[in-house]
Design a binder for this molecule. Structure first.
Ligand code: ADP
Ligand code: MG
Length: 368
């Protein structure tokens, strides 16, 4: 582009909340034939809220687990956090009644067990910077739950969190994380499927007593599954799809642009969101770990010999934004993403991808 064309394009862009940066960015935006969208925070608002708290029913797990679940409840419904041996179910029930005399959100947690699951998860997530974790902490506060202090907080990018709560390790995250921790997730399989088909992100909540082995090594497939590791519940978060996401996908496809979705979230949730915004299921890549997002973009670029615009908002997206033919960040995105990108959409609207293309086409064809 001539300096004049670049200046006009950049100025029109800025007036419309679209920031172009870097030499031949207008040409490259004009020439893209594929757009890869991140899901959370890009096609969706990223403002998560908890929709479901499910305590796995110990009765259906066999009697052996029952007392463990009760002791879990007992130690966590007490504000002191002191662990007390439970001799009989009657004692436990009495304890629960007195300690859970609060006014929970009736839609979210109804039983003491559900409260215990939400409280444990909130404890583990309280230092999380992830929107999924924020939503869990807000929900627990909204339900007036007393969130115990956690120590040894660890975030595992793209998988979840773990922390020590009342001398137990609490793990909140996806199936991979819980499996790697040696926790049997089969009892939650159908629950997960159901929540995910609704486009919700379902997180598993697991507890380990006195963890004594390294359990978070991805390569450690021999981890012994013992009865001190157990799944206690499932929490689902939902997010709102932006209206402009549908418009963006429809207009891009009408222009002949291929549209993909890439996310760290699970396959079923990703496909549910894709179908709502009009992205083909075969163009969905799910469960992509943060470090693999850039590889995925490069694969799309080389396999289809295409010129890809990657659109994302997160720290996780930054390498993919840099790897793409054009990187586009949302203005509400993290600084790292914005720095890695050449285009920034200040209005956070996926439909502004179309406007960016039109501005580049218009200024480059008119001003030689
Ligand atoms: P996205 O690509 O949608 O931004 P991430 O790569 O950050 O997602 O995370 C992928 C998956 O890892 C999430 O869908 C969730 O299952 C799990 N996960 C990540 N962070 C957390 C957290 N703080 N708590 C629970 N689960 C988490
Ligand atoms: Mg995102």
């Amino acid at each position: 582009a001539t300096p004049a064309a670049t200046m006009v394009g950049t100025t029109i862009g800025a007036k419309n909340g679209i920031l172009f940066e870097g030499g031949d960015v207008l040409e490259r935006v004009r020439d893209i034939d594929t757009v890869v969208f991140d899901k959370t925070g890009t096609l969706t608002t990223g403002e998560m809220s908890v929709t479901d708290v499910i305590a796995l029913n110990p009765q259906t797990d066999g009697g052996q687990l029952d007392s463990e679940h009760n002791s879990l409840l007992d130690s966590n419904t007490r504000s002191s956090g002191a662990s007390i041996d439970t001799d009989s179910d009657a004692d436990v029930d009495a304890e629960i009644k007195t300690k859970t005399d609060i006014d929970p959100d009736p839609d979210l947690v109804r039983t003491p067990r559900e409260m215990a699951v939400l409280r444990l998860a909130a404890a583990a997530e309280q230092n999380s910077e992830h929107p999924l974790g924020d939503a869990i902490v807000s929900a627990a506060r909204k339900c007036d739950l007393n969130i115990p202090t956690a120590t040894e907080f660890n975030a595992i990018p793209g998988q979840g969190v773990r922390a020590t709560v009342d001398q137990q390790t609490v793990i909140v995250g996806n199936d991979r994380l819980l499996k790697n921790a040696g926790i049997d997730i089969d009892p939650a399989a159908s629950t997960l499927r159901e929540l995910e088909s609704d486009g919700k992100t379902a997180m598993l909540v697991g507890v380990i007593d006195n963890p004594d082995v390294s359990i978070f090594d991805d390569t450690d497939t021999d981890t012994e599954i013992t009865d001190t590791r157990r799944l206690v519940g499932v929490i689902a978060d939902a997010d709102t799809i932006k209206d402009s996401a549908m418009d963006a996908v429809e207009t891009l496809r009408a222009r002949g642009t291929t549209v993909h979705l890439i996310t760290g979230d699970n396959e079923r949730t990703a496909k549910a969101v894709a179908s709502q915004v009009g992205i083909d299921p075969e163009n969905v890549r799910a469960e992509v770990l943060p470090e693999a997002k850039a590889d995925a973009v490069e694969t799309i670029q080389s396999a289809e010999d295409s010129r890809v615009m990657m659109v994302g908002d997160g720290v996780n997206d930054a390498p993919a934004l840099a790897a793409a033919f054009v990187g586009t960040a949302l203005g509400s995105g993290t600084d790292v993403a914005i720095e890695a990108a050449e285009v920034t959409l200040m209005r956070d609207s996926p439909a502004d991808v179309i406007h960016a293309i039109r501005i580049s086409e218009g200024t480059l064809s008119k001003i030689k």
